[in-house]
Design a protein around this ligand. Structure first.
Ligand code: CMC
Length: 428
């Protein structure tokens, strides 16, 4: 039992219960605050607000800890696969052989897209942003699965929706790329792994099968593992919020894609490459770039640096950094952007501005270089993030419904005009 907290205002004192999480994080329960005092809390950006209690992912940002269902990201990155992590995140335990085989098969069977969806793809302009296509096409899946637009969060129908979304998001991503290249859709190959099949659908040509290099397949799988969940970030909170109105899972995850798109969130992986290419092609001195990022009078940021939660290091960035080398080596790529990234990291890590604000490389700092080496175009980077994050979004959506959460509906402190009389247009 925890100690309660007290809030004192205008001579009145209110006792607030506290909740202690399994890793001793303390939450003050303010659910009765407005009813009992008429006051609300104010926390723009929600940096101090726990929006839910969750069993899925644990982060300790000060110590650089990330765990899915209690397993450390370091151990999962080394020993697990994306399919196994997806099962773990969704179901709460590591699968045995037959559970994993059944889960894998369920996803593999759903890899195809309805042929009529070709018309939807053909309807987009050639330069349509892949994240816009992805979000639209996830919603389009709802049009082809009208019998599955329910908010049940367990049972066969729910399992089917889960398999469909986790499988088809990968197919939609690959088809988006092929459409942008003016190439025909490449059907999935059920004999390949989740990540191998993705590479095949992206890069195989008719009568010219893409040769899957094990290091590359493993790197894509690792990328998905590292992105599979990250507790209540902007896109996951969006998925929960949309789902809290009892909207179906297809439209909830489509909304998550929109939230992920921004450069302060998943869009940062593409922004990092833009930044490194800008430095490289314009021969910008790294110290000048870092000075610009520190200057509050311009909008330049050191993309891929900083995090709302991690204040010592992002464990995902550490893992990725060590894998970038092996992939570049396997592909015999010498990317000058990698050297710039390394040097930039060194400069920033010794700069008082970044040190004092606890700004360290985040997952996006090295992931762009990895994806670029594999041949993923820059405008598809955030789509890759969305594929990986799907188990986390779905698991959070499910948990929110299983807690029978009320519709999300924050309040505000109104700062606008007081009541004033309407003035007819001729008198204005
Ligand atoms: N470059 C320069 N200054 C920075 C940066 C940066 N990348 N990040 C934060 N700051 C400064 C910021 O200006 C502020 O300075 P001051 O205290 O003097 O006003 C201070 O550091 C605290 O930053 P904040 O903006 O209050 O922090 P936040 O928690 O609101 O934002 C963030 C976190 C990730 C949006 C931000 O660090 C950022 O914009 N980073 C660059 C974009 C990026 O890499 N995003 C990917 C995040 S990881 C992937 C994911 O999970 O989405």
């Amino acid at each position: 039992m925890s100690e309660n907290a007290f809030i004192e205002y205008d001579g009145n004192k209110l006792e607030l219960e506290t909740m202690i999480g399994s890793e001793n994080e303390i939450g003050v329960d303010i659910t009765q605050l407005r009813a009992k005092t008429g006051m609300i809390t104010l926390d723009p950006g929600y940096g101090n607000t726990g929006s839910c209690a969750s069993d899925i992912t644990y982060i300790d940002g000060d110590k650089g800890i990330l765990r899915y269902r209690g397993y450390s990201i370091e151990e999962l990155a080394e020993k697990s696969t994306f399919m196994e992590c997806a099962f773990l995140i969704l179901k709460g335990h590591l699968p045995n052989h037959s559970e994993l085989a059944e889960f894998d098969q369920g996803i593999s069977e759903q890899a195809g897209l309805h042929y009529s969806m070709k018309n939807n793809f053909d309807g987009f302009p050639a330069n349509a942003p892949p994240m816009a296509i992805l979000s639209s096409m996830l919603n389009t899946l709802a049009c082809y699965n009208t019998e599955l637009l329910m908010t049940e969060h367990e049972g066969e129908a729910f399992e089917l929706v889960v398999s469909k979304i986790i499988s088809k998001v990968r197919t939609i991503a690959a088809w988006t790329y092929r459409t942008s290249q003016g190439r025909a859709y490449m059907p999935p190959n059920p004999n390949l792994s989740y990540s191998g099949n993705f590479l095949h659908m992206m890069f195989s040509q008719p009568f010219d099968e893409y040769k899957i290099i094990p290091e590359v397949e493993a790197a894509v799988d690792l990328f998905f593992v590292l992105h599979a969940d990250h507790e209540q970030n902007c896109s996951t909170s969006t998925v929960r919020m949309v789902g809290s109105s009892r909207a179906n899972l297809f439209s909830s995850v489509a909304a998550g894609v929109g939230a992920l798109w921004g450069p302060l969130h998943g869009g940062a992986n593409a922004a990092v490459i833009d930044m490194l290419e800008n430095i490289h092609s314009n021969g910008i001195k790294l110290s000048d770039y870092v000075d610009a990022a520190k200057d509050k009078n311009n909008d330049t940021k050191l993309m891929g640096f900083g995090h709302r939660v991690y204040k010592s290091f992002d464990p995902r960035a550490k893992i990725l950094k060590t894998h970038v080398d092996s992939v570049l080596e396997a592909l015999k790529i010498d990317d000058p952007l990698l050297n710039i990234a390394r040097e930039l990291e060194e400069v920033a890590l010794h700069d008082e501005y970044f040190v004092s604000r606890n700004l360290y490389p985040n997952v996006d700092f090295y992931s762009g270089i990895l994806l670029k080496a594999i041949g993923i175009p820059v405008d598809m980077f955030t789509v890759m993030f969305a594929i990986g994050r799907m188990p986390g979004w779905i698991s959070n959506w499910r948990e929110m419904l299983s807690h029978n959460q009320r519709i999300c509906r924050p309040r505000q402190v109104y700062t606008g005009e007081n009541l004033r009389p309407y003035v007819s247009i001729s008198d204005r």
